[in-house]
Design a protein around this ligand. Structure first.
Ligand SMILES: *Cc1c(COP(=O)(O)O)cnc(C)c1O
Length: 847
């Protein structure tokens, strides 16, 4: 094929509307319904036709229609209002600006293999991408200095069609970047930004694009350039497509290429956030940069670590990306020389002894000052998963934290709900989403008003679903009678349960189908019927996931289920938005504890939809007994089969005995108790499970201190980094010399609250200096796995006993709940980011 240099020329807009192109090229419109209206009002048919792609819309819209709009005073008022809102948004005061007025030299760079911002920009597959998109939007809202780095996949993730037999068919369409909101990034000296990334035997050229999301910019990498070979042009073509080789190439482009791209753009981040292991190669490139300026490897590594944040999303070890040592050597072997490392040391940066391979999660974990999981429970599971790296360190003190995911509230709230919030919470409700007190005002919404808004959303959702099924049936040449029938599928008056998510097996879409008789009784109860809507894609390589989709489609065609169980094809942001704004219940049935967080239920909650979920991911933190429903308990199971059986029967019991009766109990047409739950959910969930709360947390807990440490360690040719790595080496190499010589305890006869215990310890430190350790009493509650709710009391150094040995002492006061205490020695350095940055500890053997 010939290739042309292509350009996109937005046709000349009427003078009065000339800033429409500015709105079209900033994804700010995606959470401002009035801005979307500016397009929809001009030509609603075209707006749907171009799948809400603003740039494509302007390229194809009939000029006549634009002229008409320009002459319509109502439209012009809307236009003025939107422009005014946009300018205020872009220039207005922000949380970050107000809270940290002297920190405008900060810049967070956020690396992610996928970003889910809007349906017009389909470079995401699921939760990970949506989280990155919502994170970016809140970074913009909060005024956080922030850039994102990702890949611009020419074919995105696949689109899903369900064929006549009910199987999923995956197809890819090529995107034309010239018809999208992205534009080529511009080099500070003018012109395109093109970088070169080294791959075996060649260099691959990568073009950098940019996408404006409110105040922040996302940079996307693209290898589809004529300078590259045919194969290399396809490297960035599919998200999670191809085999291991494509995967490592994409990760090299994202990690190594991403850093190079920012440098070319003249961008200097102060904190580097790795969103899931895919992007962990940024570490290698940043180390390489420092080595180029004559910093020794181990010092460079320390300096890079200081400003790195890593968020892991996968609670199952098999979900982490690994590559064989041979592959690493093939693709990154050139780094032996550049990093001045031998093979073993290079592999050691991310070696996973369990899987005998190079593990991207390990690479990130070993080089991030801050690591976190994405819900409290996931944080705990992650600590357990990596506890072998921290021998002797209590689970509570393993330096892996958690920041619970949230969603970008304004993106997911339906216009009808937004109106209610404006009316009852206040016109400024969206200025301070994470402030809990304002959400108490949802109790002021009259029951019937909330219910009517919900019912109207439900009606719209049902039309959308009917339409989706209608199109599929027509395409599949289904009999005409059947096609006509689907206009009667689903009813607004029936309790509607939605289940839409990736069809990964651990999400267990099959749970209800294990007892089809019971399911049929539930759905066909003449007084209290129930209907189900399913949607979701299975990765093309995931056979069991595809079988599941086929099974559900088959079941939905059975006479007794027809029109009561429906499957909506091609789950994406748009489908997701419709479903979770319009169903009554959002169902979530993961195999605990496999769901790291899950966020779709948080989106549903914003719209007054009730969550019914296994106590996994975010739900244990949110569920308070009144704001939704919990399936089963939070116990662990001996086998998957038992767990499935128990959870399925808990779910049926819950539906039959509690949830369904609740829904159908009406007072003057309104289900009062149900509406009370809707309000309880609105009052307790959206503020907390928002990316506004989440990004503030990342900023306060990680970004600012990572930036500070990054600067401190890098100052004066990495002087502090040098000192720290030397100290770490000394401690590691000589820790076996650390021991207790003796312990003396004086405690009163009766141990009650307020009693004092005197503890004296003589310790041997070998060549380690006393200022580099802490000797401390550790006390708390004794449980099966050691001490819980740990409290620490440092011991004072009294004097040196003889060479290398020292006397320490302290008094501890027993407080309520204390049931045990012990003594330990650990490294001490105020410049460590974490207490157990070094996994070294020496516990006293016996008293
Ligand atoms: C929110 C969202 C997800 C993630 O939701 P889960 O609860 O993690 O399944 C996935 N896909 C789309 C399109 C979404 O909008």
């Amino acid at each position: 094929m010939y290739s042309f240099k292509t350009v996109s020329v937005i046709p000349e807009l009427p003078e009065k509307l000339n800033r429409l192109s500015e709105i079209a090229r900033n994804l700010w419109f995606s959470w401002h319904p009035q801005a979307e209206l500016l397009f929809r009002e001009v030509d609603s048919y075209l707006w749907e036709e171009v799948n809400h792609n603003t740039v494509k819309f302007l390229l194809y819209v009939d000029t006549q229609k634009l002229t008409e709009a320009a002459n319509n005073p109502e439209y012009c008022n809307l236009y003025k209002k939107v422009m005014n809102d946009f300018d205020q948004y872009m220039q207005g005061e922000t949380w970050f600006g107000k809270t940290y007025p002297d920190q405008n030299n900060q810049l967070v760079a956020y690396f992610s293999a996928e970003f889910g911002i809007h349906e017009s920009n389909p470079v995401y597959s699921g939760g990970l991408g949506l989280l990155a998109g919502d994170h970016s939007k809140s970074a913009s809202d909060l005024g956080l200095p922030f850039v994102g780095v990702g890949i611009l996949y020419k074919q995105g993730y696949f689109c899903q069609r369900i064929n006549r037999e009910g199987w999923q068919e995956a197809y890819y369409s090529f995107m034309d970047f010239n018809e999208m909101a992205v534009t080529p990034a511009v080099h500070p000296k003018g012109g395109d930004v093109i970088i070169a990334v080294r791959l075996p035997g060649r260099e691959v050229f990568v073009k950098v694009w940019q996408l404006k999301v409110g105040k922040v910019v996302l940079y996307f990498l693209d290898t589809d350039l004529t300078q590259n070979s045919r194969e290399d042009r396809l490297l960035t073509s599919k998200l999670y497509g191809g085999g291991q080789d494509t995967r490592i190439c994409q990760e090299i482009i994202l990690g190594i290429g991403g850093v190079k791209a920012l440098r070319q753009l003249g961008i200097s981040p102060t904190a580097w956030h790795i969103n899931e292991g895919h992007a962990a190669f940024i570490i290698l490139e940043r180390i390489r940069e420092l080595i180029q300026s004559n910093v020794p490897f181990s010092v460079a590594r320390e300096a890079v670590r200081a400003s790195t944040i890593f968020t892991t999303h996968t609670p199952v070890p098999a979900g982490h990306d690994v590559f064989s040592a041979d592959m690493i050597e093939l693709y990154l072997g050139y780094l032996y020389e550049e990093l001045k490392l031998d093979r073993e040391s290079l592999m050691g940066l991310g070696w996973d002894p369990g899987r005998q391979s190079f593990n991207m999660t390990m690479l990130a974990l070993n080089h991030a000052a801050f690591t976190n999981g994405v819900s409290w429970l996931h944080g705990e599971v992650t600590k357990q998963m990596f506890s072998h790296l921290y021998p002797g360190i209590p689970l509570d003190e393993i330096p892996i934290q958690s920041v619970t995911n949230g969603v970008h509230t304004e993106t997911w709230v339906a216009p009808e709900m937004r109106q209610l919030f404006e009316k009852y919470i206040g016109i400024e409700w969206s200025r301070n989403i994470s402030e809990p007190s304002q959400w108490q005002r949802v109790y002021d919404i009259p029951d019937h008003e909330l219910w009517e808004s919900h019912q109207s959303l439900k009606g719209r959702m049902i039309k959308f679903v009917q339409n989706n099924i209608y199109r599929r049936m027509e395409r599949n040449f289904q009999p005409l009678e059947l096609i006509r029938e689907c206009a009667g599928y689903l009813s607004k008056d029936i309790l509607t349960i939605g289940f839409a998510r990736r069809f990964a097996t651990y999400k267990r879409a099959y749970l209800l189908f294990n007892d089809k008789e019971r399911l049929a009784r539930l759905l066909n109860n003449p007084e209290r019927p129930v209907q189900f809507i399913f949607a979701g894609k299975a990765h093309p390589a995931d056979q069991p996931g595809q079988e599941l989709i086929k099974m559900i489609n088959e079941v939905s065609a059975e006479e007794r289920f027809r029109g009561k169980i429906v499957f909506v094809e091609d789950y994406d942001i748009k489908v997701s938005r419709h479903l979770l704004q319009g169903v009554d219940v959002w169902l979530n049935t993961p195999r605990r504890p496999h769901e790291a967080s899950g966020t779709s239920g948080q989106k549903a909650a914003i719209n007054g939809v009730i969550n019914c979920s296994i106590l996994d991911g975010w739900w244990p933190e949110a569920y308070n007994g009144e704001n939704g429903f919990a399936i089963g308990t939070d116990r662990d199971y001996e086998s998957d089969d038992v767990q499935d059986r128990e959870d399925a029967s808990s779910l049926f019991d819950l539906l039959e005995q509690v949830l369904v009766p609740y829904y159908y109990r009406r007072v003057e047409e309104v289900p009062k108790e149900w509406v009370r739950r809707m309000k309880e959910s609105l009052a307790t969930i959206p503020w907390n499970f928002s990316t506004e709360r989440m990004v503030k947390e990342y900023t306060q807990r990680f970004y600012l201190s990572a930036a500070q440490r990054g600067m401190d360690l890098a100052k004066d040719h990495c002087q502090l980094a040098d000192r720290l790595q030397q100290l770490k080496n000394t401690l590691k190499q000589n820790w076996q010399q650390v021991s207790f010589r003796s312990i003396n305890v004086e405690q009163p006869e009766e141990l009650k609250v307020g009693a004092e215990i005197y503890v004296k310890a003589e310790v041997d430190l070998g060549i380690i200096k006393p200022e580099d350790v802490v000797v401390e009493v550790v006390y708390g509650k004794v449980s099966d796995h050691g001490l819980d709710r740990i409290m620490l009391m440092p011991m004072a150094l009294v004097r040196a006993a003889d060479q290398n040995s020292y006397i320490y002492e302290t008094n501890i006061v027993l407080i309520k709940g204390t049931s045990g205490y012990t003594v330990r020695i650990r490294p001490n350095e105020k410049n460590f980011a974490q207490m157990f940055e070094l996994p070294l500890v020496k516990w006293v053997d016996s008293f």
